[in-house]
Design a protein around this ligand. Structure first.
Ligand SMILES: NC(=O)c1ccc[n+]([C@@H]2O[C@H](COP(=O)([O-])OP(=O)(O)OC[C@H]3O[C@@H](n4cnc5c(N)ncnc54)[C@H](OP(=O)(O)O)[C@@H]3O)[C@@H](O)[C@H]2O)c1
Length: 443
């Protein structure tokens, strides 16, 4: 195969560290589609070194150097691109740092590492004239990083909202469709290999927060600010809320939302959210991911696809390998900025505390079935400047004096709503805590 200029293809040597789910997918897709990948990379890509503690029967490594110590790959002078697929934030941090210090380009799928240590690693990469690419770190196979960084480069991004954790989406979908309890579906997700053995990152929103912060940094030209994300998981969502929301024309989705505020600052938040059923993103079910981006020029665009899986994630890893291979040998000034904007333009925006964020709300309360009670509730909301868009009173259960009442409110600043809820909860006609879920129309 001749290169773009009619000469011999330049050779790019790849070292893969970690031969697990994504590592084996990357290895096998690179081998299977080698001709197409080389043609697109304008390079001859060769896997020359594997760092893995053990063999993976899915990968035929005959003829390839294999080291049990992954740092041998980072120190191998023949490796041009190190692909980090071990995960975690300790050894992976040392490994990537070592590779960058040795002047190697690095490709990773590690969202936790990029979200928490990306700013430092990008600095190290620049110092050593290397690049650190992370397309696979967000939404698996969906090329959302390059869509934001390149495809939407003309736009001021107003906001983005994404279903960016497939495990959480699978759990909510099963709970809604089958009326199953959270813990029951979580156990199944673990059996199916969707959820981690320790599922906290998935169900408490930490994994989604890692991804959101990466998307927001690129969308808003800001450094990564993981410690500023407001994070609420799905473990308190009940099957009845999914049903009531659906009856009102909404779906409950676990969304990561980043929004630029006209008054200055940005919102960074992950939480269960009611979304109108008519929105395409509300119909993204099971383990699938989707990201909705609103740009000032293009309007709304939606990116949908598998957010995880061996070869789906490998697809994004290899896209980075192709991109980096193309740039090897090209003047470093032509490299793509890690977060899409040149460093001197990255500005750390003020991130609004959740108490200052304005959304509409779904409220479910247990109300004594007696005349006049609801008018007291609506008066308290009205005094806080909050109006009611919809109100549904359910039938009481046999012998039960309280009835479930569901309200959809107008948009309100969170601290005003919280104040009103505290007052309502003090009424002796209300039993239990009020369930509160934010509502976004995503227009
Ligand atoms: N799975 C997905 O669908 C997906 C999607 C997007 C992003 N990611 C990201 O991709 C990365 C890899 O995930 P994965 O699902 O492929 O994980 P995985 O299946 O657990 O594979 C990780 C591999 O790395 C190896 N490893 C871990 N620490 C090591 C060390 N110190 N030295 C040598 N080998 C080591 C493990 O070896 P042992 O078997 O010996 O422990 C294992 O083979 C993570 O950052 C993850 O967040 C995964």
């Amino acid at each position: 195969m001749k290169n773009l200029e009619g000469g011999i293809l330049k050779r790019v040597n790849i070292g893969i560290c970690g031969l697990g789910t994504v590592g084996s997918g990357t290895f096998n897709v690179l081998k299977r589609n080698v001709d197409e990948i080389n043609a697109r990379a304008n390079s001859q890509i060769e896997i020359t070194h594997i760092g893995a503690r053990r063999e993976n029967p899915l990968c035929d490594t005959a003829g390839i150097k294999v080291s049990r110590d992954i740092f041998d790959v980072a120190n191998d002078p023949d490796v041009d691109i190190l692909v980090e697929l071990i995960g975690g934030t300790s050894v992976a941090l040392d490994l990537i740092s070592q590779a960058l210090r040795n002047g190697k380009h690095v490709v990773t799928a590690n969202k936790a590492l990029i979200a928490e240590h990306g700013n430092t690693l990008f600095e190290l990469a620049r110092e050593h004239k290397a690049t650190l690419s992370f397309e696979a770190a967000v939404a698996g196979g969906i090329p959302i990083i390059s869509a934001l960084r390149e495809g939407l480069a003309a736009n001021k991004v107003e906001w983005l909202a994404g279903i960016i954790n497939g495990t959480g989406n699978f759990i909510l979908t099963e709970m809604r469709d089958k009326g199953r309890e959270f813990a029951d579906v979580l156990a199944q997700a673990q059996e199916l290999g969707y959820a981690e053995a320790d599922p906290t990152f998935d169900v408490e929103g930490i994994d989604a927060a890692h991804k959101l912060v990466i998307l927001a940094a690129i969308a808003f030209g800001a450094p990564l600010q993981f410690d500023k994300v407001f994070t609420e998981g799905i473990s308190n969502v009940l099957p009845e809320d999914l049903t009531y929301a659906q009856d009102l024309g909404y779906q409950i989705k676990h969304l990561g939302i980043a929004r630029r505020r006209d008054s200055g600052g940005i919102e960074l938040r992950v939480h269960p959210t009611l979304v109108p059923s008519a929105q395409l993103i509300a119909n993204v079910d099971g383990v699938m991911n989707a990201v909705l981006v609103k740009g000032d020029a293009v309007g709304s665009t939606l990116y949908y696809g598998p957010g995880a899986g061996s070869e789906a994630t490998a697809s994004a890893v290899i896209a980075d390998i192709v991109r980096v291979s193309r740039s090897i040998g090209v003047a470093s000034d032509n490299h793509i900025p890690h977060l899409g904007s040149i460093d001197s333009k990255l500005q750390e925006p003020y991130v609004l505390p959740i108490t200052e964020v304005e959304t509409a709300y779904y409220l479910r309360m247990s109300v004594l079935d007696r005349p006049g009670v609801l008018s007291t509730v609506t008066q308290i909301l009205s005094d806080a400047g909050i109006s009611i868009e919809a109100l549904v009173q359910k039938e009481p259960n046999e012998g039960e004096p309280h009835v479930p009442v569901i309200l959809l409110t107008s948009r309100a600043i969170e601290k005003r709503l919280v104040g009103a809820i505290e007052e309502i909860e003090k009424l002796d006609t209300i039993s239990d805590k009020i369930v509160r879920i934010r509502v976004e129309h995503l227009n």
